[in-house]
Design a protein around this ligand. Structure first.
Ligand SMILES: Cc1cc2nc3c(=O)[nH]c(=O)nc-3n(C[C@H](O)[C@H](O)[C@H](O)COP(=O)(O)OP(=O)(O)OC[C@H]3O[C@@H](n4cnc5c(N)ncnc54)[C@H](O)[C@@H]3O)c2cc1C
Length: 371
């Protein structure tokens, strides 16, 4: 007899949403989080229609909508010329919410559904298969405890220590480049995503709630920029002023992609970034994790043949991750610095792709349809 139904390792967006879905189905769930339970890092902002649908399943889409900025569409330009202008269909818009607020909203919902579910300051040291259950070794202040569960979900992020302990191969997938981003607090009003395909690399910008805006620049190599040099780069490439950055500092990040060879090991299951790293360019990682969390919640509540349900979770989730990684790789390739001849061919291709039926399909891939 296990101590609880499901233990989740990690209270990131993947672990928290799954915990909400399980608690809603009266499954007893404990979430161990090594940190203090707050995540102020500026990472995910984009919530796509399938991600919002996952939040709806957990009864929190309205709370997200109330805080979000709703994007009306996007444009693609190159050296000041418009290549494509796309409008989101009503009801299929992309929303933006800073990840720190996403974290807080998910945490509040879980506290309503299962007030004692999250245990902060608890680092999971190991997860060991034990027949029809799994044992979780968890430490706090030098003390070690052990708890057994009918299933353990490993949602401890891209550098997952538990995935390594399970010796799951972590395959590198093509698509890697360096970027810098800055979230400014006061930018001119504009509710559209803007992609500027410039000779020295793409500049992207996205509206944030309030008057904010996220700017992202592709770098030729790892660069450490000041706010001034970041603003100068955007101005030099696009002629645009980024607005007022307030106290924010530019952050550099290397976009990379990986996929675990397997997601299911007996009663231990990988979820979210621990299962697959998707390049942030295109904003799909967290949304994909939420879509997978909905599938996993169904599999974990399956009474007749849970092993078959978990195999289906693994198969469908790895396939969806492969599709998302191909789309992210395409996004990154389009924004690479390139010589004049290649740029002309790319710009012509973008114009053609954005027309009629292919334009609607392009919009679909940009908003994660089919995943
Ligand atoms: C710059 C950037 C921009 C992005 N933009 C977007 C976007 O717009 N849209 C989108 O969908 N995605 C985006 N992403 C991706 C998104 O941030 C991730 O996919 C998402 O955070 C993954 O959530 P997770 O819960 O799987 O992992 P994490 O958010 O990494 O959470 C893992 C949690 O596990 C905890 N933990 C780790 N080890 C242990 C342990 N041993 N014991 C207990 N707890 C542990 C950690 O403290 C952490 O809280 C972006 C990423 C970056 C870097």
């Amino acid at each position: 007899m296990a101590d609880c139904d499901v233990v989740i390792v990690g209270a990131g967006p993947s672990g928290l949403l799954l915990a909400c879905l399980l608690a809603q189905s009266s499954v007893s769930v404990i979430v161990f989080e090594k940190g203090a339970g707050r995540d102020d890092r500026s990472r995910a902002i984009g919530i796509h229609p399938p991600g919002l649908a996952a939040l709806r399943t957990a009864g929190i889409d309205d709370a997200f909508r109330a805080e979000a900025r709703v994007l009306s569409g996007g444009t693609v330009t190159s050296r000041g010329r418009m290549l494509a202008e796309l409008d989101f269909e009503p009801g299929h818009e992309v929303l933006t919410v800073p990840q720190a607020r996403t974290h807080a909203l998910l945490g509040e919902r879980l506290a309503e559904l299962a007030p004692d579910a999250v245990r902060t300051g608890m680092r999971v040291r190991d997860v060991v298969p034990a027949g029809a259950t799994a044992r979780v070794l968890v430490g706090r202040d030098g003390r070690e405890d052990e708890i057994s569960a009918r299933a353990v979900v490993v949602a401890d992020g891209v550098h997952s220590g538990i995935r390594d302990k399970l010796r799951v191969p972590w395959h590198r997938i093509p698509g890697s480049a360096d970027y810098t981003m800055l979230d400014v607090v006061d930018a001119p009003p504009d509710d559209r995503a803007r992609l500027h395909l410039e000779p020295d690399g793409v500049v992207e910008s996205f509206p944030l709630p309030g008057r904010g805006r996220r700017w992202v620049t592709r770098e030729r190599a790892r660069a450490l920029r000041t706010t001034t040099s970041f603003a100068q780069t955007v101005l030099a490439r696009t002629g645009l002023d980024i607005g007022d950055p307030g106290d924010a500092e530019p952050q550099r990040f290397r976009a990379g992609q990986h996929r675990a060879a397997r997601l299911v090991h007996g009663q231990i299951v990988l979820l979210g970034d621990a299962a697959h790293e998707i390049s942030p360019i295109g904003g799909q990682g967290m949304n994909l994790a939420w879509i997978a969390a909905c599938r996993l919640a169904v599999a974990l509540t399956e009474r007749s043949d849970r092993d078959a349900a978990l195999s289906a979770y693994e198969r469908v989730s790895l396939r969806a991750a492969a599709v998302a990684q191909r789309r992210a790789r395409f996004n990154m390739a389009m924004g690479a610095p390139m010589p004049a001849a290649a740029r002309s061919a790319r710009d012509a291709a973008v114009r053609i792709l954005a027309r009629g039926g292919t334009g609607r399909r392009l919009l679909g891939t940009m908003t994660m349809s089919g995943l």
